[in-house]
Design a protein around this ligand. Structure first.
Ligand code: GDP
Ligand code: IMO
Ligand code: MG
Length: 433
């Protein structure tokens, strides 16, 4: 049963897109199972950059079928834009390359409007969401009024009735509490009747069944997480989190299959840490020389919103927590090249919380907010790593850094990434074993 999950082990933007693209050369299916267009996954192939939000990162490989499964919050309009942009760039030539679940949750403009209005009203207490409507769309699902992808193909009368029922409370909030004017439902209906023709060829109905059959036939299926473990709705740094289950377990519920299917759960982590949006970040370097270095060398700007990412040192208590939550079997250590040129590199090995030194990530946000990182300091290196192909070719200081992380976390390093392109990758263990 060759199924593997790729999950962000930090606060998102770890490089999941690159890893999924690289491993897609061996995959038959790539599945997105949670989140929505809040994700921004960057692929760099032959000098050309492609940023994907909803479409799985296997899409540049024509033989791969990419599935958007039931757990995804599907922004119909954003998805159509993405499909058209991919086609214009010469990708997505055949309908079998993209399969859309009939039961995925639909996300509309009024969900985005509500997300943005809430953030605006919250002032300095805001979460710093991407403004893509993720929270409100999953609320609609939880309150059981959301439309699902299959609803899009109902008669215009039935679709309109469902839209009215689904939107009425959110419209009431928008108009009366946030003093906003959502576009009339008739306008949304007209737009959807056009957009559904772009999406119709990709309608797959039962993606859970497709995945089950593929696994039974011995096909290779890669599950692509969005966001990161510390943004998980329940186990992340709540309330500064997203609204879906970003953990490996989310792949089971989001795609609709059982845990016996997975033999590889790959953690994706940068060799340092970044975060976009608000919330505690104990190892943040801020505007220090090192913080600016990481931001600049790492080109740390959000792929979805263009916001500057906050940068800091690697945080082992946070990674230890992510390993516990996900049951990771291996680690892909990303962006090691970015650290070249620093005199010293720090790694947080524990936190001081009050008068206690702790190795575990605090379960209470209030404890995390007062946690002070305790660092081990490594000597830096100056060499350019981007052309290296073997772990043993790393400069001794970089090798020491990587081995320390692996030993402290008790996890094998399966991949080391030394640049954004496919070929800037050091392979250690295969993803489909
Ligand atoms: P994702 O959301 O996890 O897919 O990550 P993003 O695409 O949002 O952000 C990762 C950024 O780092 C992208 O711009 C990638 O092209 C880039 N990237 C990925 N791996 C590496 C690497 O090893 N080195 C460098 N320098 N950049 C990388
Ligand atoms: P990828 O898949 C980094 C963050 C937002 C905010 C919080 C809630 O590219 O790694 P939301 O719009 O989801 O309600 O925002 O989550 N966030 C991400 N940060 N990478 C992402 O996705 C993110 N998706 C959401 O910045 O702090
Ligand atoms: Mg991203």
């Amino acid at each position: 049963m060759p199924a593997a999950i790729v999950v962000g082990a930090q606060w998102g933007d770890e490089g999941k897109g690159k890893v999924v693209d690289v491993f897609s050369s061996e995959a038959d299916y790539v599945v997105r199972y949670q989140g929505g267009a809040n994700a921004g996954h960057t692929l760099k192939v032959e000098g050309r950059e492609t940023i994907l939000h909803l479409v799985p990162s296997g899409i540049l490989h024509p033989k791969v079928s990419c599935l958007i499964s039931s757990g995804v919050a599907m922004d119909v309009s954003a998805l159509c834009d993405e499909i058209q942009a991919l086609k214009k760039s010469g990708f997505l030539k055949y309908p079998h390359q993209l399969l859309l679940s009939d039961s995925a949750t639909l996300l509309f403009d009024y969900h985005k409007q509500l997300d943005q209005a809430r953030e605006q009203k919250a002032g300095h207490e805001k979460i710093g969401t991407t403004g893509k409507g993720i929270g409100p769309a999953y609320e609609s699902r939880a309150e059981r009024t959301a439309l699902i992808f299959a609803d899009l193909f109902e008669s215009p009368e039935v679709l309109k009735n469902k839209l009215v029922r689904s939107s009425q409370e959110k419209f009431f909030l928008l108009e009366n509490f946030y003093k906003q004017s959502p576009a009339p439902i008739e306008e949304l209906l007209d737009k959807l009747l056009q957009l559904r023709e772009i999406l119709r060829p990709y309608r797959c109905q039962n993606t859970s069944l497709v995945i089950d059959q593929a696994l039974k036939e011995g096909k290779k299926v890669l599950f692509e997480g969005a966001q990161g473990s510390l943004l998980d709705l329940v186990h992340g740094t709540y309330p500064y989190v997203t609204s879906s289950s970003t953990l490996a377990g989310g792949a089971l519920t989001g795609a609709g299959l059982g845990p016996q299917n997975f033999n590889k759960i790959l953690a994706i982590a940068k060799a340092y840490t970044t975060r976009v949006g608000f919330g505690s970040f104990p190892t943040e370097c801020g505007e220090t020389k090192e913080g600016q270095y990481l931001q600049k060398q790492g080109r740390e700007f959000g792929a979805t919103t263009g916001r500057k990412r906050r940068c800091g040192w690697l945080d082992l208590p946070a990674l230890r927590y992510a390993i516990r939550l996900n049951g990771f079997t291996g680690l892909a250590l990303m962006k090691l090249d970015v650290l070249s040129g620093l005199d010293e590199i720090k790694v947080c090995v524990s936190y001081k919380v009050g008068d206690k030194s702790v190795k575990e990530f605090p379960s209470l946000y209030s404890d995390l907010a007062r946690a002070c990182p305790e660092y081990k300091v490594f000597k830096g290196w100056t060499e350019d790593l981007s052309s290296l192909k073997k772990k043993e070719e790393l400069p001794s200081q970089a090798l020491e850094y990587v081995n320390f992380i692996s030993q402290e976390l008790n996890i094998p390093v399966d991949v080391i990434s030394v640049g954004p392109s496919r070929k800037e990758t050091i392979w250690i263990n295969p993803i489909f074993s």
